[in-house]
Ligand binder design. Sequence first.
Ligand code: PLP
Length: 442
Amino acid sequence: MIETTESRLPRLITSLPGPKAKRIVDLDAEFLSPSYTRSYPLVVKTGRGAVVEDVDGNMFLDFAAGIAVVATGHCHPQVVAAIQKQAAELIHMSGTDFYYSNLVEFAQKLASIAPGKAPKRVYFGNSGTEATEAAMKLARYHTKRDKFIAFYGCFHGRTMGSLSLTASKSVQRKGFGSLLGGVFHAHYPDTYRGLGSADCLGYIEDEIFKHIVDPQDVAAIFVEPVQGEGGYVHAPVEFLQGLEKMCRKNGILLVADEVQSGMGRTGKWWASDYAGIEPDIMLVAKGIASGMPLSAMIARADIMNWKPGAHASTFGGNPVCIAAGMATFDLLEKKYIENSRRVGEYILRQTSDWPGRHKIVGEIRGRGLMIGVEIVRDQKTKERAHALRERIVELAFSKGLLVLGAGENTVRLAPPLMIDEEQADFGVRTLETCITEVERTV
Ligand code: PLP
């Protein structure tokens, strides 16, 4: 796709799905795992910046960014060049068995931006769930304790360990039998629904610690500073600070899962930065390498004290992914984190009166380009409107705007961090049209 002014906004030339897309969707239904959840029949062929083109030549504005992954936009020339150069020099070596200079350089960069002054070390994996698994193992190894606390609504991954923490949707656990023992769930604040920080912290102290597990047995508390899959719910600063205090008091490790909220998505490197906390372990993936599979667990150096052989991964820190990560880092640092903050504020300003003007919009919340639009049946009862949210998401697709749901009833806005105000305007206008159309049916 060649980028022109016109190609920065959607252009639909067939009905959706078009004939080529329809054929692929049919074949997909025959050959692919039916466990995937697709909200609409988008069959992508190319992507550039915030625009993707499907196999029939339709162009869409992407406010989903491959689930908050392509931070620098699709196929940013600098990222593509870094991948191509690296692929021509060395594709694989395995950091598990050999040394590699970019692995060290990128680890140094990530350590330098992790919150707090304490020295850090980095472990590389391939996906968010691998970062979670690594953190669960490291927390047990280091503390010699085996219990974990996580939160209702949280999503930390789908492999058996991380799934034991995940408590987003029961369908994600259904049918898989018993998971890891010793994982306890607490309430995550939801200020829109009147669930405050003190209540949630108090529940851990007064219920979990008193009745279920002694804090001295807890290895780590896993928290998303912004719940992603749970509905783009932003934890109040005092909740994160309270958790940090609780962890320090009881020798529990604080693990911040910034897989979705990290790498500049909220307008700072980390959502944790807004609370000024220093997690013992940070989990990073999604936006780290603009779409190449890479994850990182960044831990305090004195915590990452496991011995050779304790943990590793054949592909983790693959040279091509690291090259994409370094190019991504550079772009984020130079311009896109600031752009995320600025355009995010712009979108929040443009949408601030929606709850007053649309009876099915309960709340719009966010920082940077991690914005949630909560759809309700009734503003007074705040009843969650799942079906209405689904219709809005589908309608947006039919108008050339790609958005995804998050949680039961939230529309998530997670565009690439490089979008400009004109693209933001298109997204906001289109989404409002969809909300208005759906609202009329209620
Ligand atoms: N943690 C968070 C906060 C996530 O949002 C996700 C994925 O959505 C994961 C972990 C799991 O990442 P992956 O799908 O790469 O395993």
